[in-house]
Design a protein around this ligand. Sequence first.
Ligand code: PHE
Length: 337
Amino acid sequence: METQLRALQQEALDALEQTRDHASLESFRVTYLGRKGGRLTAILRQLGTASPEERPRLGQLANEIKTEIERCFDQRKEQFATGASGASSPMVDLSLPGRYVPFGSRHPISQVMDEICAIFEGLGFAVAEGPDVETDFYNFEALNLPQHHPARDMHDTFYVTDSILLRTHTSPMQARIMETQDPPLRYISPGKVYRRDSDITHTPMFHQVEGFLVDRDVSFADLKGVLTSFSQRMFERDLALRFRPSFFPFTEPSAEVDIACVICNGTGCRVCKQTGWLEILGSGLIDPAVLVQVGYDPDVYSGFAFGMGVERIAMLKYGIDDIRLYYENDLRFLSQF
Ligand code: PHE
């Protein structure tokens, strides 16, 4: 029995040397020191079979060995806790190169939207966001688009119920803000809009930034000045701008603004549909009917408004020729921004 005890002591101390982490240390404890089924406990159980003369000596020896293994075990545990487990430890190899952590980046649309907002904030506009799920009232009615108005057809609306819809433009924010505040007002409102439309220049969800200004004596010249100043800052050069007469029920007069197509330099390509121009926004002087609707006196106040397509502007800025690239989540595309 004495031989058995000494052999176990040697084996245990060797095994302890081999432990490499907290998990192997724990399995060592269970194997050698465990109360149920531990190797040492098993030998101690046999003490009863030794002769009465030998029993005290063997008992004392067993206790000494147990204390020794426990002491070494505690020591090893301490080493792991302080990280000083010896030079041969495989736990940390300081010579290995660090693991590569790829950097993410903001989506190009978010970046361009922030940039647009920053330019207008520099011109004194405040930013306000509104709901994507909108009422028929703010999306249409308050903007001089009553039920059955033919211009509603242009919007290819996604309806939730008869009177609730996904907003087809950011213009409802004009009505929402004017309704609760008095002029002078200068606001921009960025956000998502939805239309049932999909091809290389249209996606069913896209982004707009709405802008409007209401004060005394606001004229079309103010609109032109603000938009020209914006496009110079956005594109960092003098791009040709074209104001084309147009119609919106909530502006009068109205103009669509085109920018020279930078994909083909104005010679005509599939993006500008061979025209050399890309429409980037709709605009105009706020229709008196809208001002009356929110309780302003159109003889005192006037204003301009515009709504621009963020995807279009980002396409021009970065020379992207297919709008769908923004929404395919291909990292080869996204990581270029
Ligand atoms: N809301 C219009 C659209 O989405 C754009 C617009 C905004 C036109 C403001 C005039 C004034 O097409």
